[in-house]
Design a protein around this ligand. Structure first.
Ligand SMILES: [Zn+2]
Ligand SMILES: [Zn+2]
Length: 294
Protein backbone atom coordinates (compact mmCIF):
# COMPACT_ATOMS: atom_id res chain seq x y z
CA UNK A 1 0.00 0.00 0.00
CA UNK A 2 0.99 3.62 -0.48
CA UNK A 3 1.55 4.27 3.21
CA UNK A 4 4.25 1.59 3.31
CA UNK A 5 6.16 3.10 0.41
CA UNK A 6 5.77 6.56 1.87
CA UNK A 7 7.29 5.53 5.23
CA UNK A 8 10.01 3.53 3.50
CA UNK A 9 10.99 6.63 1.51
CA UNK A 10 11.57 8.60 4.72
CA UNK A 11 13.26 5.65 6.50
CA UNK A 12 15.73 5.34 3.60
CA UNK A 13 16.54 9.04 3.97
CA UNK A 14 17.01 8.72 7.76
CA UNK A 15 20.79 7.96 7.71
CA UNK A 16 21.38 11.12 5.62
CA UNK A 17 19.26 13.15 8.06
CA UNK A 18 21.29 11.76 10.97
CA UNK A 19 24.67 12.59 9.39
CA UNK A 20 23.49 16.16 8.61
CA UNK A 21 22.35 16.67 12.23
CA UNK A 22 25.68 15.44 13.65
CA UNK A 23 27.64 17.69 11.29
CA UNK A 24 25.43 20.68 12.08
CA UNK A 25 25.70 20.12 15.84
CA UNK A 26 29.51 19.88 15.68
CA UNK A 27 29.82 22.96 13.49
CA UNK A 28 27.46 25.06 15.60
CA UNK A 29 29.37 24.09 18.77
CA UNK A 30 32.66 24.95 17.10
CA UNK A 31 31.48 28.43 16.21
CA UNK A 32 29.88 28.96 19.65
CA UNK A 33 26.39 29.26 18.22
CA UNK A 34 24.84 25.95 19.25
CA UNK A 35 21.04 26.07 19.53
CA UNK A 36 20.52 22.30 19.98
CA UNK A 37 18.58 21.46 23.13
CA UNK A 38 17.87 17.91 24.32
CA UNK A 39 14.33 18.80 25.47
CA UNK A 40 13.46 20.32 22.12
CA UNK A 41 15.15 17.48 20.24
CA UNK A 42 12.96 14.95 22.08
CA UNK A 43 9.86 17.07 21.44
CA UNK A 44 10.69 17.38 17.71
CA UNK A 45 11.39 13.65 17.30
CA UNK A 46 8.16 12.80 19.14
CA UNK A 47 6.23 15.10 16.82
CA UNK A 48 7.81 13.35 13.80
CA UNK A 49 6.91 9.90 15.18
CA UNK A 50 3.31 10.92 15.91
CA UNK A 51 3.02 12.47 12.46
CA UNK A 52 4.35 9.33 10.76
CA UNK A 53 1.95 7.10 12.70
CA UNK A 54 -1.07 9.25 11.90
CA UNK A 55 0.02 9.49 8.27
CA UNK A 56 0.21 5.70 7.91
CA UNK A 57 -3.25 5.27 9.46
CA UNK A 58 -4.75 8.11 7.40
CA UNK A 59 -3.30 6.80 4.11
CA UNK A 60 -4.62 3.29 4.85
CA UNK A 61 -8.07 4.72 5.59
CA UNK A 62 -8.06 7.12 2.65
CA UNK A 63 -6.60 4.77 0.00
CA UNK A 64 -10.00 3.22 -0.91
CA UNK A 65 -11.33 6.76 -1.46
CA UNK A 66 -8.24 7.69 -3.52
CA UNK A 67 -8.66 4.55 -5.66
CA UNK A 68 -12.36 5.31 -6.13
CA UNK A 69 -11.43 8.84 -7.25
CA UNK A 70 -8.74 7.46 -9.57
CA UNK A 71 -11.49 5.69 -11.58
CA UNK A 72 -12.60 9.10 -12.82
CA UNK A 73 -9.09 10.07 -14.04
CA UNK A 74 -8.89 12.28 -17.11
CA UNK A 75 -5.80 10.57 -18.58
CA UNK A 76 -4.17 7.16 -18.30
CA UNK A 77 -0.70 8.33 -17.37
CA UNK A 78 2.08 5.78 -17.55
CA UNK A 79 5.16 6.50 -15.48
CA UNK A 80 7.87 7.67 -17.88
CA UNK A 81 10.82 9.98 -17.03
CA UNK A 82 8.85 12.94 -18.45
CA UNK A 83 5.56 12.17 -16.66
CA UNK A 84 7.53 11.67 -13.40
CA UNK A 85 9.22 15.09 -13.76
CA UNK A 86 5.81 16.64 -14.46
CA UNK A 87 4.17 15.09 -11.37
CA UNK A 88 7.03 16.36 -9.15
CA UNK A 89 6.50 19.89 -10.49
CA UNK A 90 2.70 19.67 -10.21
CA UNK A 91 2.79 18.25 -6.67
CA UNK A 92 5.17 21.05 -5.66
CA UNK A 93 2.72 23.57 -7.15
CA UNK A 94 -0.12 22.11 -5.06
CA UNK A 95 2.21 22.02 -2.03
CA UNK A 96 2.79 25.77 -2.43
CA UNK A 97 -0.98 26.40 -2.27
CA UNK A 98 -1.44 23.97 0.63
CA UNK A 99 1.32 25.72 2.55
CA UNK A 100 0.06 29.22 1.73
CA UNK A 101 -3.46 28.20 2.80
CA UNK A 102 -1.97 26.70 5.98
CA UNK A 103 -0.89 30.18 7.03
CA UNK A 104 -4.17 31.90 6.11
CA UNK A 105 -6.93 29.42 7.00
CA UNK A 106 -7.29 28.77 10.74
CA UNK A 107 -8.42 25.12 10.26
CA UNK A 108 -5.12 24.41 8.47
CA UNK A 109 -2.99 26.69 10.67
CA UNK A 110 -4.15 24.72 13.73
CA UNK A 111 -2.07 21.82 12.35
CA UNK A 112 0.77 23.74 10.73
CA UNK A 113 1.51 25.96 13.76
CA UNK A 114 3.44 23.13 15.46
CA UNK A 115 6.04 23.36 12.68
CA UNK A 116 6.54 27.06 13.46
CA UNK A 117 6.29 27.17 17.24
CA UNK A 118 10.01 26.47 17.79
CA UNK A 119 12.19 29.50 18.44
CA UNK A 120 15.23 27.68 17.05
CA UNK A 121 16.22 26.83 13.50
CA UNK A 122 18.22 23.69 12.87
CA UNK A 123 17.75 20.39 11.04
CA UNK A 124 15.66 19.00 13.91
CA UNK A 125 13.08 21.78 13.33
CA UNK A 126 12.14 19.90 10.13
CA UNK A 127 10.85 17.04 12.32
CA UNK A 128 8.21 19.28 13.87
CA UNK A 129 5.16 17.98 12.02
CA UNK A 130 1.59 17.56 13.19
CA UNK A 131 -0.41 14.37 13.60
CA UNK A 132 -3.54 16.39 12.77
CA UNK A 133 -2.68 17.14 9.12
CA UNK A 134 -5.12 14.42 7.93
CA UNK A 135 -7.86 16.09 10.01
CA UNK A 136 -7.06 19.45 8.43
CA UNK A 137 -7.41 17.82 5.02
CA UNK A 138 -3.88 18.16 3.63
CA UNK A 139 -4.62 15.11 1.44
CA UNK A 140 -7.30 17.08 -0.43
CA UNK A 141 -4.52 19.05 -2.13
CA UNK A 142 -3.13 15.87 -3.77
CA UNK A 143 -6.46 14.62 -5.16
CA UNK A 144 -6.21 16.69 -8.41
CA UNK A 145 -3.09 14.66 -9.29
CA UNK A 146 -5.06 11.42 -8.92
CA UNK A 147 -7.94 12.82 -10.97
CA UNK A 148 -5.44 13.82 -13.63
CA UNK A 149 -4.30 10.18 -13.88
CA UNK A 150 -1.35 9.60 -11.54
CA UNK A 151 -1.70 6.39 -9.46
CA UNK A 152 -2.53 7.28 -5.80
CA UNK A 153 0.26 5.05 -4.43
CA UNK A 154 2.77 6.96 -6.55
CA UNK A 155 1.36 10.35 -5.50
CA UNK A 156 1.91 9.61 -1.78
CA UNK A 157 5.57 8.74 -2.50
CA UNK A 158 6.02 12.06 -4.36
CA UNK A 159 4.50 13.86 -1.34
CA UNK A 160 6.96 12.07 0.99
CA UNK A 161 9.95 12.96 -1.23
CA UNK A 162 8.90 16.63 -1.25
CA UNK A 163 8.78 16.54 2.55
CA UNK A 164 12.15 14.72 2.60
CA UNK A 165 13.74 17.48 0.49
CA UNK A 166 12.50 20.10 2.94
CA UNK A 167 14.60 18.63 5.75
CA UNK A 168 17.68 20.19 4.11
CA UNK A 169 16.37 23.77 4.17
CA UNK A 170 16.08 23.87 7.98
CA UNK A 171 19.52 25.16 8.92
CA UNK A 172 21.42 28.33 9.78
CA UNK A 173 24.63 26.63 8.67
CA UNK A 174 24.29 27.23 4.92
CA UNK A 175 24.48 30.72 3.39
CA UNK A 176 23.33 31.71 -0.07
CA UNK A 177 23.82 29.19 -2.87
CA UNK A 178 24.32 31.29 -6.02
CA UNK A 179 22.12 30.38 -9.01
CA UNK A 180 20.31 27.72 -6.95
CA UNK A 181 18.58 30.54 -5.02
CA UNK A 182 16.74 31.59 -8.20
CA UNK A 183 15.02 28.24 -8.76
CA UNK A 184 14.95 26.18 -5.58
CA UNK A 185 13.82 26.61 -2.00
CA UNK A 186 17.04 27.00 0.00
CA UNK A 187 18.03 27.38 3.67
CA UNK A 188 18.17 31.15 3.10
CA UNK A 189 14.60 31.29 1.70
CA UNK A 190 13.25 28.99 4.39
CA UNK A 191 14.88 30.93 7.26
CA UNK A 192 12.75 33.86 6.06
CA UNK A 193 9.68 31.59 6.20
CA UNK A 194 10.31 30.68 9.86
CA UNK A 195 10.86 34.31 10.93
CA UNK A 196 8.34 36.36 12.89
CA UNK A 197 9.97 39.67 11.95
CA UNK A 198 7.29 41.90 10.34
CA UNK A 199 9.40 42.15 7.14
CA UNK A 200 9.41 38.36 6.73
CA UNK A 201 6.19 36.97 8.18
CA UNK A 202 4.00 34.82 5.85
CA UNK A 203 6.50 34.72 2.99
CA UNK A 204 8.34 32.00 1.01
CA UNK A 205 5.84 29.11 1.10
CA UNK A 206 7.86 26.98 -1.35
CA UNK A 207 8.41 23.26 -0.92
CA UNK A 208 11.09 22.52 -3.53
CA UNK A 209 10.77 25.29 -6.15
CA UNK A 210 10.93 28.94 -5.04
CA UNK A 211 9.54 29.96 -8.45
CA UNK A 212 5.94 29.68 -7.12
CA UNK A 213 6.59 32.42 -4.53
CA UNK A 214 8.13 34.59 -7.23
CA UNK A 215 5.18 33.97 -9.59
CA UNK A 216 2.46 34.54 -7.00
CA UNK A 217 3.99 37.51 -5.15
CA UNK A 218 4.99 35.94 -1.81
CA UNK A 219 8.77 35.94 -2.24
CA UNK A 220 11.09 37.90 0.06
CA UNK A 221 14.87 37.67 -0.03
CA UNK A 222 16.85 37.18 3.20
CA UNK A 223 18.68 40.39 4.14
CA UNK A 224 21.98 40.76 5.98
CA UNK A 225 20.72 43.77 7.98
CA UNK A 226 17.81 41.91 9.62
CA UNK A 227 18.51 39.55 12.52
CA UNK A 228 15.97 36.75 12.24
CA UNK A 229 13.66 36.16 15.17
CA UNK A 230 12.34 32.59 14.80
CA UNK A 231 8.93 31.41 15.98
CA UNK A 232 5.29 32.47 16.15
CA UNK A 233 4.03 35.81 17.52
CA UNK A 234 2.52 34.20 20.68
CA UNK A 235 5.07 31.70 22.01
CA UNK A 236 3.81 28.32 23.30
CA UNK A 237 6.63 27.76 25.83
CA UNK A 238 6.25 24.00 26.11
CA UNK A 239 8.37 20.97 25.23
CA UNK A 240 5.34 18.72 25.42
CA UNK A 241 4.59 17.35 21.92
CA UNK A 242 0.87 17.13 22.73
CA UNK A 243 0.75 20.80 23.76
CA UNK A 244 2.59 21.70 20.54
CA UNK A 245 0.07 19.61 18.58
CA UNK A 246 -3.21 20.63 20.17
CA UNK A 247 -2.88 24.13 21.67
CA UNK A 248 -4.18 25.91 18.56
CA UNK A 249 -7.02 23.41 18.07
CA UNK A 250 -8.07 24.24 21.64
CA UNK A 251 -8.18 27.93 20.79
CA UNK A 252 -10.04 27.24 17.54
CA UNK A 253 -12.78 25.13 19.14
CA UNK A 254 -13.03 27.36 22.22
CA UNK A 255 -13.85 30.31 19.99
CA UNK A 256 -16.00 28.47 17.42
CA UNK A 257 -18.08 26.63 20.05
CA UNK A 258 -18.21 29.46 22.56
CA UNK A 259 -21.46 29.43 24.60
CA UNK A 260 -21.73 33.22 24.25
CA UNK A 261 -24.08 34.71 21.66
CA UNK A 262 -21.88 34.61 18.57
CA UNK A 263 -23.28 34.82 15.02
CA UNK A 264 -22.73 31.76 12.81
CA UNK A 265 -20.69 33.85 10.34
CA UNK A 266 -18.26 34.75 13.14
CA UNK A 267 -18.00 31.12 14.25
CA UNK A 268 -17.23 30.11 10.66
CA UNK A 269 -14.57 32.84 10.52
CA UNK A 270 -12.93 31.34 13.64
CA UNK A 271 -12.88 27.95 11.92
CA UNK A 272 -11.96 28.81 8.34
CA UNK A 273 -11.03 32.50 8.27
CA UNK A 274 -7.62 34.02 8.84
CA UNK A 275 -5.93 33.00 12.11
CA UNK A 276 -5.64 36.75 12.79
CA UNK A 277 -9.44 36.95 13.36
CA UNK A 278 -9.08 34.44 16.21
CA UNK A 279 -5.94 36.18 17.54
CA UNK A 280 -7.84 39.49 17.66
CA UNK A 281 -10.81 37.84 19.39
CA UNK A 282 -8.51 36.44 22.08
CA UNK A 283 -6.79 39.81 22.55
CA UNK A 284 -10.20 41.51 22.93
CA UNK A 285 -11.20 39.07 25.67
CA UNK A 286 -7.85 38.84 27.44
CA UNK A 287 -7.91 39.81 31.14
CA UNK A 288 -5.66 42.84 30.49
CA UNK A 289 -7.95 44.25 27.81
CA UNK A 290 -11.08 43.52 29.84
CA UNK A 291 -9.49 45.39 32.76
CA UNK A 292 -8.71 48.36 30.50
CA UNK A 293 -12.27 48.44 29.22
CA UNK A 294 -13.78 48.40 32.72
ZN1 LIG B 1 4.85 27.39 7.14
ZN1 LIG C 1 10.01 24.70 7.85
Amino acid sequence: MGSGWESLTLVLLAPIFFICMVLEYRLLRKRGDNDYSLKELLCNFSLAGLHQASDIIATLLLMPFFLWLYQFRVFDISLTPLSIIIVFILQDFFYYWFHRASHHVHWLWASHISHHSSERMNFTTAFRQSLTYPLSGMWLFWTPLMLLGYPPTFVVVVVALNLGFQFFVHTRMVGKLGWVEHIFNTPSHHRVHHARNPEYIDRNFAGVLIVWDKLFGTFVEERNDIKIDYGIPHAVNSWNPFVATFHQWRTLFRLALSPTKTPLSKRMAYLFGSPKISDDAIKDHSPINTMNKN
